[in-house]
Design a protein around this ligand. Sequence first.
Ligand SMILES: Nc1ncnc2c1ncn2[C@@H]1O[C@H](COP(=O)(O)OP(=O)(O)OP(=O)(O)O)[C@@H](O)[C@H]1O
Ligand SMILES: [Mg+2]
Length: 259
Amino acid sequence: MIVWSVANQKGGVGKTTTTVTLAGLLSQKGHRVLLIDTDPHASLTTYLGMDSDNLSHSLFDLFQLKEFSEARVKALIHQTTIDNIDIMPAHMSLATLDRVMGNRSGMGLILKRALLALRDKYDYVLIDCPPILGVMMVNALAASDRILIPVQTEFLAMKGLERMVRTLAIMQKSRQRPFKVTIVPTMYDKRTRASLQTLTQLKQDYPSQVWSSAVPIDTKFRDASLKHLPASHFAAGSRGVFAYKQLLIYLERLAQDEH
Ligand SMILES: Nc1ncnc2c1ncn2[C@@H]1O[C@H](COP(=O)(O)OP(=O)(O)OP(=O)(O)O)[C@@H](O)[C@H]1O
Ligand SMILES: [Mg+2]
């Protein structure tokens, strides 16, 4: 089981889009994929056509469990309408976790422990993070083999990225293994100077961590979200999906080298 988190404290950079598109592509290759929506706004849950307000069970319930047996964790998972993709959906109550139990010991490792119970059930787990540093992001990062950081190729993007990199550095102190990070340039528009400059800067400042290509601006992503489908299932031949296919090849190669 390979676990990737998609995180950036900056909002609207393409986290949810990256999560759902990679999941779509992995599922089409026959992999069993589990999505975890850790954002109280439940964008990923809503994207896949589920009504977050009326869920019988969600990720929030995981934080109430006393033990993480396979049966108990599996009971919180929903099937989606897409073959090979399941989801542990978000509920807005996740926003209360920091206040209610943020200081409890072991609180940051709950997701990691839960995923351990599912390790034979899924090939890939993709975790969509909220744009805020809190208990949910800490759980996501701790559970992950790799962190994908989408960065919108525009002015001020570097500031948001620097904040995320600082967060990782702080969290790094409490773990042995270094975080593995891939920066994913998104919403790239080759006609604008801001896009070109950001890409150049990213390659200069993070040469070993940035994916050398970029996801282009593509309206198909928005259209796909309105249809509650990953772009891979809605517009398979689009240039945006092509870019995510290239990203996936790159990530799978990195994962192979690590195993
Ligand atoms: N490559 C792209 N080209 C054009 N539009 C895109 C692209 N990627 C994402 N979008 C659109 O940009 C908007 C924000 O994307 P998304 O929801 O994935 O960002 P996010 O980082 O998850 O946001 P948040 O921080 O609010 O969770 C969405 O409307 C999405 O459809
Ligand atoms: Mg999102």
